[in-house]
Design a protein around this ligand. Sequence first.
Ligand code: AMP
Ligand code: ZN
Length: 448
Amino acid sequence: MRLFNTASKTIETFKPQNPDNVKIYTCGPTVYDYAHVGNYTSYIYWDLLVRTLKANGYTPNRVLNLTDVGHLTSDADEGEDKLEKGARREKMTVWEIAQKYIDYYLENFRKLNLTEPNHICRATDFIEQDESLIDTLIEKGYTYETKDGIYFDTSKFSRYADFAHLDLEGLEAGARVEMNDKHNKTDFALWKFIQPGEDHAMRWDYKDRDGYPGWHIECSTIIHEVLGETIDIHTGGIDHIPIHHTNEIAQSESAFDKKFCNYWLHCNFITIDNQKISKSLGNTYTLEDLEQEGIKPLDFKMWVLSGHFQGTRNFSFEDLRAAGFRRLHWRNLAAKAFQLNQVEEHSEITQKVIDATSDNLNSAEAFAIIDQNSLSLSLTDWQKIDDLFGLGLIPEDIEDDIKYLIHEREEARKNHDFETADRIRDELAGSNISVLDSNDGPIWQFVI
Ligand code: AMP
Ligand code: ZN
């Protein structure tokens, strides 16, 4: 397998530390609001990564975290905690807000047929471990305390700028950053103290004061606790490169003196009408919004996978519908192979599909290979393809009453009772099934 590694900015051959335990970490959602199509885009690409690793014989061991504390409205240490803000907006407790959006997120995870991670970790379940990691950083002299919190001193970590190729001098001189008592603009909070009168419901006693963890520490902690010191692959959106992932590396490598991660994968952002997705532009579509337009979650997944994780992609309903038709076509070819019991394997084709995907997750190329060979594919081939993409291509055996109707229609036709045959055809259309009369006998198909 080959993967583009953000750390080296090149495509590298993937070599895991242990093929039977490929350690992967994905920065998960902040559970304060409905996730939008942009958020799901990233999780769809990481599902492709996991499935491609499996197709290459590796055993992934993947952790996904759920951020339920500490992520402020700005990725720097400014603004309000997103969970607290969500709780005020919906007049619920922060714990209720977290549970509501975790349930919502995981339900959609299933609708998108995304591989269940081996571990799903909530940030608030790791507070003690956060504290012990911060203790280590304090003991090693990487921190300082202000009235606002405990900060990581980025000037003490000499490689700080390397990962994201940051221009630290330019940053110091330029961008407006609320300094409070910070020593350097890039310094970040490991722990925030709750100020008198501050309305912050999630709080823990640490250093004899009430406070809560900074956003970045949870990922370093969870990775260390669940996966160990060096992981194979870390994924996230490109927005994570200059701050969040740079800070994770600084924390973990300073604390443990080991390389934190070997391969970094970052997906680009999708746009809608060539604009960024944002609440103020009113274009934050959820999966439910798409369903109301007749676009199924797996059609959306089909659209995402027809592009590349590093490309900028523009989202339009027209393109989504086209992806939906392409998926329908594939489902019907798989359904036909299923009805005709075509099981002969064409591994020369499916291997080409796997090889294309294994080349830096080029699912777009793999899709082109599928289209070129689609008429020759058997049920076994479609099953392999569906294992790789999780697009719901394989028909469950259709329900008995539909099978019965198809049989009755066939009998009516044989007896020249075309009135009954037509009535049954209309009844089947109500179940989104049509019947084609082919040389192989009647073949049912899905219709939209
Ligand atoms: P959040 O819940 O805000 O932490 O975001 C969850 C993930 O969604 C992050 O990895 C972001 O990088 C990613 N993300 C947010 N907006 C987009 C977008 N428009 N396109 C692709 N990924 C996005
Ligand atoms: Zn993270």
